[in-house]
Design a protein around this ligand. Structure first.
Ligand code: 5GP
Ligand code: ZN
Length: 113
């Protein structure tokens, strides 16, 4: 399959890995938008969150648990962090393999741009 994040998960394309287990892979965003900007992806290819099935509920929970762990590891859990999951064009989704953005290390604005 011609999916960039599948290829990163398979290590056919290099990335700065920060976490991996049987179900989830996490790596540094190539264009960080904050001092901490990590992408958490399921190893299973799911193109948008709209495609997630009931059977993916545990997997999606694992993505959030991974983000929690990484926020604690990076020492930003207490200060705060933002988790973003874009869906489809107007949100700005560019890679059609779901990913949670973990953003932290600076004050975040609201409403988001
Ligand atoms: P989206 O806009 O789809 O929510 O987020 C895609 C993210 O993937 C962007 O923040 C972008 O910087 C990141 N990205 C795109 N290509 C690569 C790549 O080849 N390697 C890494 N590490 N990040 C990428
Ligand atoms: Zn994929």
């Amino acid at each position: 399959m011609n999916c960039l994040f599948c290829r990163i998960v398979e290590k056919k394309i290099p990335s700065k890995k920060v976490y991996e287990d049987e179900h989830v892979f996490a790596f540094e965003d190539i264009h960080p938008q904050a001092p901490v900007h990590i992408l958490v992806v399921p190893k299973k290819h799911i193109s948008t969150i709209l495609e997630a099935k009931e059977e993916d509920n545990e997997l999606i929970g694992r993505m959030f648990q991974t983000a929690n762990k990484l926020a604690k590891d990076r020492g930003v859990a207490e200060r705060g962090f933002r988790l973003v999951l874009n869906c489809n064009r107007e949100s700005g989704q560019t890679i059609y393999h779901i990913h949670l953005h973990l953003l932290a290390g600076r004050a975040m604005h609201w409403p988001p741009g």
